[in-house]
Write a protein that binds this ligand. Structure first.
Ligand code: NAG
Ligand code: NAG
Length: 547
């Protein structure tokens, strides 16, 4: 739908520069959130923390500004020649620990724990290819800021000193993790003890586009959008499952909390062209707070991206047009995006849509459709794998305006029988879409799917214009609309193509000369958000006056 680009719109939609930068909540190492009190108060004779395991979980957590998040990385070492052990579990048994990039020296407090460790760890010396991953906790080496995975290939014992020296090399998570599950989010199952177990993405942002006015050649365009923007937040969760370095399950889920969007464009348009123009452009990116787990485990940099699109033309005449659409999402909505076998499961996303009437204050034949798009864009990198996921809300509002002329009154229900009128066929609604790609391949999304689409059924309308009533047409019996007293606005059903709307005062569309032969030009939507409706022309719209 993005066809030609028109340069004059470049002037209209100058980007606002956002100097804000998103901050990341850096999660800190923590013990298992599932209370394991026995482990916390290491018993004198409990040396199980020294066991070499085939699976171990590491947790990170943090909270800030009422948002809290937890990360759970579970590493599997199912091979005959591999194992894993977390130093955090046996550190209370140590008197001291020192490490270099190639060795770690662990001095045990007592002989019994030393002997237990010796018995278990000499396993690695018994065959050349055996290794185990020893993960030093935060600060356990003195110099390590974060958890540090160390690949141990040999162990030396010093009985006299109750000291074990492991040799090998300091490594990183990306290298040691081949089969793992990583879960990040604020899911209650991860955070039973947390009062507000959710990590959410902030979605409270005004549409970064203030009013504009532009005049290029014979096209004049003004627009503003009052109270336009988004509200609420999205709860977020991420899951990555990899087996022998092959991703077997990558999924993200989002659910809205109090999410709504408002879009109330007003445009003024004066133009005379018969083709159609459309474009879509980005208005601004607002980085929002993300999460990171140090050591290359996770980096989530979310942004809210606003963009703007229009489809305009043909347009003949001058008019001010305004309308509005508000949408809201149910908190019960859930979205799960599977990136491995690309799929989206979405439930409850059908938005509630409410609309403001379309108003037009002068005669124009035009087709206008405007849409605003607010996208939550997630750029995520976990253990060397990168993904981009965008979920967008796209409210749209538009109308077709057809100038009609008839000596009997252009709008059938117009009590004043204005000779000219504009028939308005409004359209309003919202689309919700999901797009996902692997990092670096944004041009070829692995997933692109609509999750909801709602179009409001709106009655069409007709509003009369012109310097005076047409002469009564004797061939047609007069019919007095019952709503005459209130601006003569009547509603017709959605299927009836026109609805009479007439002005109670006589409009003087100074510059809008209705095309002489105007029957009905059906045009598409012309988009103009205008505030600059000629103030002299009274606007008539379903009983409301436009300022
Ligand atoms: C961490 O993840 C693993 C693997 O998915 C799971 O078995 C374990 O229960 C999780 N731990 C917690 C505390 O949620
Ligand atoms: C629009 O342009 C056409 C061709 O240039 C011209 O014939 C017509 O009168 C113009 N209409 C208006 C309303 O300016």
């Amino acid at each position: 739908m993005i066809t030609g680009r028109i340069s004059w719109l470049l002037f209209a939609f100058t980007l606002t520069l956002w100097v804000e930068t998103g901050r990341s909540l850096e999660l800190q190492p923590m013990g298992s959130p599932v209370a394991d009190h026995g482990r916390n108060l290491v018993r004198d004779d409990d040396f199980s923390g020294l066991d070499l395991l085939s699976v171990e979980s590491f947790f990170w957590g943090g909270s800030e500004k009422g948002r809290s998040a937890l990360g759970n990385l579970t590493l599997h070492m199912p091979g005959e020649a591999e194992s894993i052990i977390a130093m955090e579990k046996f550190q209370p048994l140590l008197e001291s620990s020192q490490c270099t990039k190639n060795s770690m020296t662990l001095n045990f407090k007592n002989e019994r724990s030393y002997q237990y460790g010796q018995r278990i760890w000499k396993w690695v010396n018994d065959a050349d290819d055996r290794t185990f991953v020893l993960v030093a906790g935060h600060g356990h080496c003195g110099w390590n800021k974060h958890r540090l995975p160390f690949i141990v290939s040999n162990v030396l014992f010093s009985d006299t000193k109750n000291t074990v020296t492991v040799t090998g090399k300091a490594s990183d998570w990306k290298t040691v993790a081949h089969t793992y599950e990583l879960l990040v989010g604020g899911h209650p199952s991860l955070a039973k003890r947390d009062a507000s177990p959710s990590f959410s993405l902030d979605f409270n942002h005004p549409l970064p586009l203030s009013s504009k006015s532009v005049s290029v050649g014979d096209v004049e365009f003004t627009y503003d959008c009052e109270d336009c923007g988004t509200k609420g937040e999205f709860d977020f969760e991420f899951q990555l499952k990899t087996e022998l370095l092959i991703p077997k399950g990558v999924s993200m889920s989002l659910s809205p909390r109090g999410v709504s969007a408002n879009f109330n464009p007003r445009l003024g348009l004066s133009a005379n062209f018969t083709d159609k123009k459309s474009d879509e452009r980005e208005l601004g990116r607002i980085p929002i707070d993300g999460i990171s787990i140090p050591g290359g485990v996770l980096d989530l940099g979310p942004e809210v991206v606003f963009s703007w699109g229009y489809e305009l033309g043909p347009v003949v005449g001058t008019a001010g047009v305004s309308t509005g659409v508000s949408i809201g999402l149910q908190d019960a909505a859930k979205l799960a995006i599977d990136l491995t076998s690309p799929d989206v499961s979405a439930s409850g996303w059908k938005p509630t849509v409410s609309q403001k009437p379309v108003t037009v204050d002068a005669s124009i034949s035009a087709g206008v459709q405007l849409n605003a798009k607010a996208t939550v864009e997630l750029a995520l990198e976990a253990l060397g794998q990168g993904f981009e996921v965008g979920v967008n809300l796209e409210p749209f509002a538009g109308a077709k305006f057809n100038v009609a002329a008839s000596s009997a009154g252009a709008c059938p229900e117009d009590p004043k029988k204005h000779r000219f009128g504009v028939k308005i066929a409004p359209s309003l609604g919202v689309n919700l879409n999901v797009e996902a790609s692997t990092a670096g391949n944004e041009e070829e999304p692995i997933l692109s799917q609509a999750i909801a689409s709602v179009t409001m059924p709106l009655p069409s309308m007709c509003t009369g214009f012109g310097s005076g009533p047409g002469r009564p047409d004797p061939s047609k019996p007069k019919k007095k609309p019952s709503s005459e007293s209130s601006h003569g606005v009547t509603k017709s059903s959605e299927h009836a193509p026109t609805l009479a709307l007439s002005s109670s005062s006589s409009p003087s569309p100074s510059e809008s000369t209705p095309p002489p032969t105007a029957t009905s030009h059906t045009t598409t939507l012309s988009t103009t958000l205008s505030r600059s409706a000629p103030s002299s022309s009274p606007s008539v719209h379903r009983g409301t006056h436009d300022s």
